[in-house]
Design a protein around this ligand. Structure first.
Ligand code: NI
Length: 258
């Protein structure tokens, strides 16, 4: 089975002890690519350094909603420089998070829009984090969509109706491990209704671990369980879902087959 993890954080401290071995092992477990998101400028530099050492690892560079209150005036210029790195394939993760509310809404909104405009200027896709903010998110994306905006709703958690709004705006939907949880009724419905050419899968590792490893550390090889659940729900072959999601990830992030 081909596995492209469309969003992970392999730079996380929780991989410090065995990261090197894990990065060697992942291709033997079917992993063909991983998009590693970053949360601020300093982190983006670390992520790019990690990508330089690992052929199948790619980066998104960006400022995460919770980090926006710490962002500095020159950060967009910095991101623009980092985005020109050959391993940088997206601007992310960027977005709105009203659940934790660590940064004031206006601050989140300002940095989100600035980074959307950076992505448009550079002709790059965005990797979007959205929690409890779908109303403002759809409004903002509609206002900024001028034909140049494209990207992924990472770890999608909305309803089928909300998904339709993002699809109309040209976005891809990336499903996380929570789709394997018994009580994830809404997400299972999304997994059945999302058009196959807009579907991505992800770990958000080390977080959001799928069943049967719920509660343990997540890693890209566990995307297998997400793919299997989506295939079961749709009555399809998991190998086919793996192939399609790998292809979709390469299309949206502009990554050629090695
Ligand atoms: Ni993330």
């Amino acid at each position: 089975m081909r596995i492209f993890d469309s969003h992970a954080h392999l730079d996380s401290k929780r991989f410090d002890e065995d990261r090197e071995q894990l990065l060697i092992d992942l291709p033997t477990l079917g992993v063909t690519g991983v998009m590693n998101a970053s949360v601020n400028v300093e982190n983006a530099k670390q992520v790019l350094a990690l990508c330089e050492k690992t052929a199948y690892l790619y980066a998104a560079v960006g400022i995460y909603p919770h980090e926006t209150h710490l962002a500095k005036a020159g950060d967009i210029k910095e991101l623009e420089k980092l985005a020109s790195h050959s391993k940088a394939v997206a601007i992310g993760e960027i977005g709105l998070d009203y659940y934790w509310d660590e940064s004031p809404k206006e601050v989140q909104q300002k940095w989100f829009v600035d980074q959307l405009r950076l992505a448009k200027r550079l002709g790059m896709p965005v990797n979007i984090h959205c929690r409890d903010a779908h109303g403002d998110m759809v409004t903002t994306l509609k206002a900024e969509q001028d034909g140049r905006l494209t990207g992924v709703l990472h770890s999608f958690s909305g309803s089928v109706e909300v998904m339709q709004e993002y699809l109309k705006l040209g976005f891809y939907i990336s499903l996380p491990g929570t789709v394997t949880f018994k009580n994830a009724k809404k997400l299972k419905e999304v997994a059945v209704k999302v058009p196959l050419d807009r579907l991505l899968v992800e770990t958000d590792a080390p977080y959001q671990t799928p069943e049967p490893f719920r509660g343990k550390r997540n890693d890209p090889s566990k995307v297998r369980f997400i793919i299997q659940e989506i295939a079961r729900l749709r009555g399809m072959d998991p190998v086919e879902i793996g192939r399609i999601t790998d292809e979709n990830a390469r299309r949206i992030y502009g990554i050629e087959e090695e």
